[in-house]
Write a protein that binds this ligand. Structure first.
Ligand code: PSU
Ligand code: MN
Length: 305
C-alpha cells in the first residue's frame, strides 16, 4: 500500500505544469506560535509565496489523511485546534485512527518529498539537544532529511540545542548544508555562530543548481538526502546578542531549579524565553520565518525555469 496523500487541486495543478511550489510546516503554527498570531502567520506565509507567483503547500494530517496544500478551513484548523505534534513515525498510526496532527519538519519534509515538492520553508530545524550523549535526544528532523529529497530553508537551529553536535550529525547522515550569504551556521534568533560551514551560496540560482546536481546524481532513487539551506536573519533584525545570552542563561537556570527533565526541557525553555524577553524573541521568530519563506519562494522559482 502506498501512502495515501491528498494533494490540493491548486498544488496538483502547479506540480503538473512545473510551476514553483513551496511546502510549509504546520507544527510551527500549532505549537511554535501563540494564538491568534499563529493563524495570521500561516495566512501571511502563504501570501508571501503567492505574491512571488509561487503556490504554497502547507502540510498537515487532517482526519488521518496527509494534506499537501490546505484550504482556508484547513489553515484555520491547524491554528485553532489542539492538534498532536506529528513526526514521521506517527503517520501510519494517524492514518489507521483517522487522527489529525501538525507535522514537524521531519514529517513535512517526508510528505513533501513523496508528493514531489522540492523546496520547503520553516523557522528552525530540530537538532541534537544539549545532554544528548546521555539522553539520546536528537530530532528525527535530521535522520529524515537523509532520506527525503527536499531543500529545507531554515535559520539554523535554536541556540538552546547543541549546535556543533547537530552539524556533526548532518555530516554523518550525508545531508549537505549550505550557508545562504554566510560562512557560518546561524542560530535562529542570531545571525551568526562560531561554527563555520564548508559551503556558501549567494543566490537562489546556485541553490537550484545544487538541487539539480543532487537529482542527476540520484539516478532515480527517491530515498536520498535533501539539503539544508541555512538562511540567517538579517543582522539588523536579529535579537540583541547580549540580551539573548542573558535570557538563555536565566532560562537554563530556571529549568534546573524547577527540576525539568527530558522532553519537557525544550517547551519549558521556549515558554520561558518568550516571557522573559517580553515577546521580543517572538517577533524575531516571525521575522526569520518570513525571511525563510521568501528565500524558499525564490529557490522554487529558480528551479522551475
Ligand atoms: N524549531 C523551532 N520551532 C519549532 C520547531 C523547531 O524553532 O516549532 C518544531 C519543528 O516542527 C521541528 C520540531 O520539526 O520542533 C522538532 O521537534 P523534536 O525535537 O521533538 O523532533
Ligand atoms: Mn526529541
Amino acid at each position: 500500500m502506498t501512502q495515501n496523500l491528498a494533494i490540493s487541486p491548486e498544488v496538483a495543478a502547479a506540480l503538473e505544469a512545473g510551476r514553483p511550489v513551496v511546502a510549509l510546516e504546520s507544527t510551527i503554527i500549532s505549537h511554535g506560535l501563540p494564538r491568534p498570531r499563529n493563524h495570521a502567520a500561516a495566512v501571511e506565509f502563504e501570501q508571501i509565496l503567492r505574491d512571488q507567483g509561487v503556490t504554497p503547500a502547507t502540510i498537515a494530517v487532517l482526519d488521518g489523511v496527509p494534506q499537501i496544500g490546505l484550504d482556508s478551513e484547513g489553515v484555520r484548523r491547524i491554528a485553532d485546534e489542539d492538534l498532536a505534534k506529528a513526526s514521521v513515525r506517527d503517520l501510519p498510526i494517524m492514518a489507521a485512527r483517522g487522527a489529525s496532527g501538525a507535522t514537524t519538519v521531519a514529517a513535512t519534509a517526508f510528505l513533501a518529498a513523496r508528493a514531489g515538492v522540492r523546496v520547503f520553508a520553516t523557522g528552525g530545524l530540530g537538532g541534537v539537544h544539549r545532554g544528548a550523549s546521555s539522553t539520546f535526544d536528537e530530532s528525527a528532523d535530521l535522520s529524515t532529511l537523509a532520506g527525503s529529497p527536499v531543500a529545507v530553508v531554515s535559520a539554523g537551529v535554536k541556540s538552546v540545542l547543541d549546535v556543533p553536535a547537530t552539524l556533526e550529525r548532518l555530516e554523518t547522515l550525508s545531508v549537505p548544508v549550505v550557508g545562504f550569504g554566510t560562512d557560518v551556521f546561524p542560530r535562529f534568533w542570531l545571525a551568526e555562530s562560531e561554527f563555520r560551514l564548508d559551503w556558501r551560496v549567494d543566490t537562489a540560482e546556485e541553490v537550484a543548481d545544487i538541487i539539480r546536481a543532487q537529482d542527476a546524481a540520484a539516478e532515480g532513487r527517491v530515498d536520498r538526502p535533501g539539503l539544508v539551506v541555512a538562511n540567517p536573519i538579517p543582522l539588523e533584525q536579529q535579537w540583541d546578542p547580549e540580551e539573548h545570552d542573558r535570557v538563555l542563561a536565566q532560562a537554563f537556570a530556571a529549568a534546573d531549579e524547577a527540576g525539568v527533565r527530558g522532553k519537557a526541557v525544550t517547551p519549558f525553555l521556549l515558554g520561558y524565553i518568550v516571557t522573559a524577553s517580553n515577546g521580543v524573541s517572538l517577533e524575531v521568530n516571525l521575522d526569520l520565518a518570513r525571511n525563510n519563506v521568501r528565500l524558499a519562494g525564490r529557490i522554487a522559482s529558480a528551479l522551475a525555469v
